[in-house]
Write a protein of this length. Structure first.
Length: 116
């Protein structure tokens, strides 16, 4: 039921995001950044896909005891996941990228995590 509510909210926000006619990325509170397609519009499907990917990556990071995910930010743009923030070790950085890449729909992972 929570997933349905999340997808419904994402779809509504995605439809509203399509109203933006400039070519700048659109940021939203869910951590998803989308870039307009060639005609300057976002599709609701694209927005929902990116939102779902971001949610699944965050869940995967939270469920991995090898990763301290509280200091990791996740954004998704057209299937490309960007990880940013700080982790304690290079092993945690690698594990976070591996977790993100294992999520269905992820086309690529940009890992900008830094170690303390």
């Amino acid at each position: 039921m929570k997933l349905y509510a999340l997808l419904l909210a994402a779809g509504t926000l995605g439809a509203l995001a399509g109203c933006n006619k400039d070519n700048s990325p659109i940021d939203n509170p869910s951590g998803v950044t989308t870039t307009p397609n060639a005609d300057g519009n976002h599709t609701a499907g694209q927005y929902i896909d990116d939102t779902a990917i971001t949610t699944k990556v965050k869940a995967g990071l939270t469920g991995d005891s090898a990763v301290k995910s509280s200091d990791i930010s996740v954004t998704t743009n057209q299937g490309v996941v960007t990880l940013s923030g700080t982790v304690d070790t290079s092993d945690q950085k690698s594990a976070a990228a591996k977790d993100a890449g294992a999520v269905a729909g992820v086309k690529d992972v940009t890992n900008t995590l830094t170690t303390r």
